[in-house]
Design a protein. Structure first.
Length: 338
């Protein structure tokens, strides 16, 4: 298949999965921002867990609030995952000679996985660099709540003054884009891109490489063809678990980086620890391990895995639907050729 066809297939599969996964992504964002750079017990816990958080969002902001950022997320899926998933098999094929023995030309399994890792990392960096503005907009729209907006307006705003409808007007994709542009111009749309490329590189490696490896092992041990949907379901589930373990700390840093320019709001989410939190995330470096160390020193290991339940609840269905749909689309293309 051509690169364009591969990218279209990846984008289509990711957008189908987004319908299921976006509500969990909203809660992952808010849980990761809650208590940003603050010690436990020093901030109000508005979202105790995934279920309670979803109930609170729906009751305070309406059921549709669980699909916040859907438009920006769709653009993100097309520009990031379409490119990332679409280019992966092409780059892997081009790098495949590196996995062969230089003497007899036989395939070396360890080298093959190294090639996959390189390919996935390259695809992740490219996808993140292109899609960064949409991730920033999505993060800000999903993070905004009636509570956080009242806090930014001075904390004394009456409930009627900040309704769900006025919140929606303030946090639409267009208004968020204008706000980001006012803050930093065109360059502001790509603020945080260095952190995003590191996070998405890790995400891409943990997702694509683990899926390929799990598919091979599952098919071999279960004695099933690698085209069997049961193989795809098992491999994508294992891939989702690998993503959460490897990527959640990186995801916390990226989410806070994209949200860092907001004005102070100490309680709840959408601002976390305010100016101090923003400075903590943005000051020092765009090197993710440095930021991980800062978070660990203040919030401990729990801080690095904030929102991990929500992330798995989002990542598992998204990964499963993405890969099952992708394999189905590729099978249809193959049948059409034959």
């Amino acid at each position: 298949m051509s690169a364009v066809q591969n990218c279209l297939d990846g984008a289509t599969a990711s957008c189908v999965a987004l319908v299921v996964s976006n509500p969990f992504d909203v809660m992952r964002t808010r849980l990761q921002l809650q208590g940003e750079m603050l010690r436990r017990g020093s901030y109000e816990v508005r979202y105790r867990n995934l279920a309670q958080g979803m109930w609170r969002v729906a009751s305070e902001e309406g059921l549709l609030a669980l699909q916040k950022g859907f438009a920006a997320a769709t653009c993100w899926q097309i520009t990031q995952n379409g490119i990332r998933i679409g280019l992966y098999p092409i780059i892997t094929e081009h790098l495949q000679p590196l996995s062969r023995d230089p003497v007899d030309g036989s395939d070396r399994p360890a080298a093959r996985n190294t090639v996959r890792t390189m390919s996935a990392g390259i695809c992740g960096v490219i996808g993140a660099a292109i899609s960064s503005p949409f991730v920033m907009i999505k993060t800000r729209v999903q993070a905004a709540s009636v509570h956080s907006l009242r806090a930014r307006l001075g904390g004394g705003a009456a409930p009627a003054a900040v309704s769900a409808s006025s919140l929606a007007a303030r946090t639409s994709v267009w208004s968020s884009c204008r706000a980001i542009y006012r803050e930093g111009g065109v360059r502001g749309l790509w603020r945080g891109v260095l952190i995003a490329t590191q996070r998405t590189g890790m995400f891409s490696i943990s997702q694509l490489v683990s899926y390929d490896m799990a598919k091979e092992v599952t098919a071999r041990r279960a004695q099933l063809p690698d085209t069997d949907v049961r193989v795809h379901l098992m491999a994508s589930t294992l891939s989702a678990a690998c993503i959460v373990v490897c990527t959640n700390p990186f995801d916390v840093v990226m989410t806070r980086s994209y949200n860092a320019a907001r004005p102070p709001a100490r309680m709840g989410c959408g601002g976390g620890g305010g100016a101090a939190a923003a400075a903590a995330v943005s000051a020092g470096s765009n090197f993710v391990p440095t930021q991980l160390l800062k978070i660990y020193r203040v919030e401990g290991i729990r801080g690095l895995y904030k929102g991990s339940t929500a992330m798995f609840s989002r990542t598992a269905p998204h990964t499963i639907v993405t890969f099952v749909t992708l394999e189905y689309i590729r099978a249809l293309r193959q049948c059409a050729k034959e």
